[in-house]
Design a protein around this ligand. Structure first.
Ligand code: SF4
Length: 492
């Protein structure tokens, strides 16, 4: 093949284009039996990612904590790259750096030496050891390896210093689940390892936010502040993964914020644990309930009017604190915005994809807008997802065409279904749906994880009444841009 000659002066900027040729300019119908992911032995366009990522996300929400990944470098580099793209922040993650010898003989030496190097160089306040496919398949005996690592540390830096650094083990065999389950497992591992005694009640509530962005966690704290409620927010990434740019005051650099180890220890003494995303955090909440009788309040995600109402009412019931006037005003503004935009949203056909909790929260909200869901795709299979969606539709009195519910399938299935729909006005989901939205020529409103092709979404909340107003505005404006490209017809 003759390659096109590149002019010596270079290619002008306006000619640099990555041509995207649609694979199917005229839609070719696929064999029906290949469309459901359950009838294929291959995943096409996965709607989920790897289990250790969720556990690393969790560890990075703890103050001065470092995840230590018991696996190959790729399992760490990929996650660091993903976090840097999404949060635009450095993510310090250590790795056992498996090579052929570890694959054959196991990763004991890598863990013992790796923990030692991490401690003497960084002096973290906590280490979260996260396993991977390879260490789980080899069958590394992680509990005894961690004991050996601690014994080794005691010899080198003394028992007092070595014992000050908690090491939390999170088993995350990625072949058995997704990043959502990785976070869920971390929630249990942390409270099981650290919250070991029940003492004096602390009068606080525990919040396990799930895979929510820094902007969302700030909004949750805003709601708590306005109700005068003290909380322990587990895996608080609101500062660690959205830190102000300031000259470093210490070497090594530690991002500000994060949940303190002492706070996690105190979680057994709280009034209740709110797992805001049932699939990501419920395991920790249920453990505290079973072990110490700390009540678990699981979901619904506080998205939209009803989702946020349910969260605030549960807070009021458990703490006895009233819902403040300022929050009622925020609610009123969201309801007002819904009324102001109903003529744009009513009966619009929408498809939602992403992590199951995001899909559940957003579905409830789009029903409040009078929209009609045509397909709802949760990327992580769950025992409750289908039932939860049906309950939300029934609660809303939805009488339209029942949507396709995909419980853990891939995006090929989602896309093929949407291509056959006579009408679709909007897709709500993460950056993985970009190509689908372009092929179908419908707008994409970005929510959930991951969003790597736009800036600022990690700071913009979708939870709470104010987050609802922002999400509503984004939905309405996206549809206006697509439907009425002419400025003169865009007036509300
Ligand atoms: S799927 Fe397994 S091998 Fe791949 S990055 Fe994740 S843990 Fe590593």
């Amino acid at each position: 093949m003759q390659l096109k000659e590149i002019p010596i002066a270079g290619i002008p900027y306006d000619q640099i284009k990555i041509a995207k040729v649609p694979a199917t300019p005229e839609y070719c119908e696929r064999p029906a039996e290949l469309i459901p992911s359950t009838s294929r032995s291959v995943v096409i366009n996965p709607n989920r990612t790897c289990m250790p990522l969720g556990a690393m996300w969790a560890v990075l929400g703890v103050k001065k904590a470092v995840p230590f990944v018991q696996g190959a470098q790729g399992c760490t580099t990929y996650v660091r790259y993903t976090f840097s793209r999404i949060f635009k922040e450095p993510a310090v993650i250590a790795t056992a750096s498996f090579h052929e010898d570890a694959a054959v003989f196991g990763g004991r030496r890598n863990l013992v030496e790796g923990i030692r190097n991490l401690v003497v160089r960084y002096w973290p306040e906590l280490i979260g050891v996260v396993t991977t496919c390879s260490s789980e398949i080899i069958g590394d005996d992680m509990v005894s390896f961690i004991k050996m690592a601690r014994a080794n540390l005691r010899k080198e830096i003394g028992a007092e210093k070595a014992d000050q650094i908690p090491i939390v083990l999170v088993n995350t065999p990625s072949f058995a689940g997704s990043h959502v389950e990785g976070y869920d497992r971390a929630s249990r591992a942390f409270v099981e390892t650290l919250a070991t005694t029940r003492g004096e009640p602390n009068g606080k509530v525990n919040i396990i936010p799930g895979l929510l962005y820094p902007g969302d966690i700030r909004e949750i704290k805003h709601l708590l502040r306005h109700m005068g409620i003290e909380a322990i927010v587990l895996f608080d990434i609101s500062d660690t993964l959205d830190a102000p740019l300031e000259p470093p005051t210490s070497v090594p650099y530690w991002a500000p914020g994060g949940t303190e180890v002492e706070e996690i220890k105190d979680m057994a003494n709280s009034l209740a644990t709110f797992a805001l995303q049932p699939h990501a955090g419920q395991a920790g909440a249920r453990y505290l309930e079973r072990k110490y009788g700390v009540r678990a309040v699981v979901g619904p995600p506080p998205v939209g009017v009803q989702g946020t109402d349910a969260f605030l009412k549960a807070l009021r019931e458990i703490t006895g604190k009233p819902i403040s006037r300022s929050l009622l005003e925020e609610r009123g503004r969201l309801v007002d915005s819904l009324a102001d935009t109903l003529h744009h949203t009513m009966m619009k056909k929408v498809a939602v994809m992403g992590d199951p909790d995001i899909v559940l929260g957003v579905t409830r909200f789009v029903l409040e807008m009078g929209m009609e869901p045509v397909a709802l795709a949760g990327g992580t299979a769950s025992k409750t997802f289908v039932h939860d969606v049906e309950a939300i539709l029934a609660e809303a009195g939805y009488e339209g065409e029942p949507p396709l519910i995909i419980n853990g399938g891939d995006l090929f299935e989602f896309e093929e279904y949407l291509k056959k729909q006579p009408r679709l006005d909007l897709i709500i989901g993460n950056s993985r749906a970009v190509d689908i939205s372009r092929e179908l020529q419908v707008p994409l409103v970005r929510v959930g994880f991951p969003i790597y092709d736009r800036f600022g979404y990690q700071k913009r909340p979708i939870v709470g009444y104010r987050g609802g107003e922002m999400l509503l505005a984004e939905i309405v404006n996206s549809m206006l841009d697509y439907q009425y490209p002419d400025d003169r017809t865009q007036q509300l």
